[in-house]
Design a protein around this ligand. Structure first.
Ligand code: PHE
Length: 331
C-alpha cells in the first residue's frame, strides 16, 4: 500500500494524477478493495489493517493535494511562458502620417496672424439671418440669401455661407479695439470643378479708434501675408464690391503656375484672385453699436490657397480622401 504514495511523485501531469486518484480512492480503487478484503481476515487482524488503510488514505490524500498544487502551478507557468509577448522586440517601422493639405494651409495662415497678435475666433456653423446677412449689410433681397446659394433649416436658421458672421459675434461680445481672425467651415449650395458645398475660409477683422487704421494698413499686411504664403509673387488690388466693406477690393497674385506669362489656370491673364477685402462699412458698425471706429476686413478660401500652393488642379480632390493624393503631403 505504501508504494501507492510513492507513485504520486512519478505522475507527470494533472490527467495522470486524476487517473491515479481514481485508481486508489475511487469506488473500485485499491483502498476500497483493501477495505472489502477485511471481511476475509481474522477479527484480531482487522483492527491493525483498518488502521493502516486509514493512514494510507490520509497521507495519500494529503500528498495528492500537494502534488496537484505543484502540477497546477507548473501548468500555469508553462501557459504563461507560451503566451509571453516580447515587448522589447523592435516593431517593424510604422509610417508617419501628415496633415491634410487644407489643415496644413489653415495652420500656416493662423500661425502668421497669431504672430501679429490676432486672436482666433470660432463663431458657429449654424447661424441666423441677422449674423450671416442682415448685420453684414446684406439687404433682404440680396441674391446671396437665395435658396440657390444657402442651406436653410425649417426654422429659418442656416449654415453660414461665409466666416463674416464671426466678425459680428466678436464685435457684439468685445469692445474695440479688435484684432481677430476666424478660421472655419462654411457652406454653399454649389458643386463643380471649383466649388464644393463645404469649404473653409479664414476671415480677418481689425477695428480701431476712428482714423487709426486705413486702407494702407490693410494693403501692407495683406501683401506681406501673401508673400509669406506664396513666396515672391506680385500682388495687386482691384476695386470690387462687398456689401459689408466700402471701399472693397479683390486681391490677385501673379500666377504661380506661369509666373504671370498667362496659362490655362489663370485664364491667360497672368493673375489669380485669392482674397476679398475692404474697409468695414459704417452700416456694419451701426449693426453692432460701435461708434467712432474704423476698421478693415478680409476673407479668403483655404482650399483655393492649398490648391495654388500645391498645384492641385481639382478642388473636389481635396475632399475625396484619396491616399494617392494625401500621401504626397506627408511631413
Ligand atoms: N465674406 C466674403 C466672401 O465670402 C469675403 C470677404 C470677407 C470680403 C471680408 C471682404 C471682407 O466672399
Amino acid at each position: 500500500m505504501r508504494e501507492l504514495i510513492d507513485k504520486i511523485s512519478e505522475v507527470k501531469n494533472l490527467k495522470e494524477l486524476e487517473e491515479l486518484r481514481v485508481s486508489v480512492l475511487g469506488k473500485k480503487g485499491e483502498l476500497a478493495k483493501g477495505f472489502a478484503n477485511m471481511k476475509n481476515l481474522a477479527p484480531e487482524q482487522r483492527k491493525d489493517v483498518a488502521k493502516e488503510l486509514n493512514e494510507v488514505k490520509q497521507s495519500f490524500t494529503a500528498k495528492l493535494e500537494e502534488r496537484k498544487e505543484t502540477l497546477q502551478k507548473e501548468a500555469l507557468e508553462r501557459e504563461m511562458l507560451s503566451e509571453k509577448i516580447d515587448i522589447s522586440l523592435l516593431s517593424t517601422s510604422s509610417e508617419a502620417g501628415g496633415y491634410h493639405p487644407v489643415v496644413e494651409t489653415m495652420n500656416r495662415i493662423i500661425e502668421y496672424f497669431q504672430k501679429l497678435n490676432f486672436s482666433v475666433e470660432e463663431g458657429r456653423m449654424v447661424e441666423d439671418d441677422f449674423h450671416n446677412f442682415e448685420a453684414l449689410n446684406l439687404p433682404k433681397h440680396h441674391p446671396a440669401r437665395d435658396m440657390q446659394d444657402t442651406f436653410y433649416f425649417k426654422d429659418g436658421s442656416l449654415l453660414r455661407t461665409h466666416t463674416s458672421p464671426v466678425q459680428i459675434r466678436t464685435m457684439q461680445r468685445d469692445k474695440p479695439p479688435i484684432r481677430m481672425i476666424a478660421p472655419g467651415t462654411v457652406f454653399r449650395r454649389d458643386f463643380d470643378l471649383t466649388h464644393t458645398p463645404m469649404f473653409h475660409q479664414v476671415e480677418g477683422l481689425v477695428v480701431e479708434e476712428a482714423g487709426k487704421v486705413s486702407f494702407a494698413n490693410l494693403k501692407f499686411i495683406l501683401e506681406d501675408f501673401l508673400k509669406h504664403m506664396f513666396g515672391e509673387v506680385d500682388v495687386r488690388f482691384r476695386p470690387s464690391f462687398f456689401p459689408f466693406t466700402e471701399p472693397s477690393a479683390e486681391v490677385d497674385i501673379s500666377c504661380v503656375f506661369c509666373e504671370g506669362d498667362g496659362c490655362r489656370v489663370c485664364s491667360h491673364t497672368g493673375w489669380l484672385e485669392v482674397l476679398g477685402c475692404g474697409m468695414v462699412d459704417p452700416n456694419v458698425f451701426d449693426a453692432v453699436g460701435y461708434k467712432d471706429v474704423s476698421g478693415y476686413a478680409f476673407g479668403l478660401g483655404v482650399e483655393r490657397f492649398a490648391m495654388l500652393i500645391h498645384q492641385v488642379p481639382d478642388l473636389r480632390s481635396m475632399f475625396e480622401g484619396d491616399l494617392r493624393l494625401l500621401e504626397q503631403f506627408r511631413a
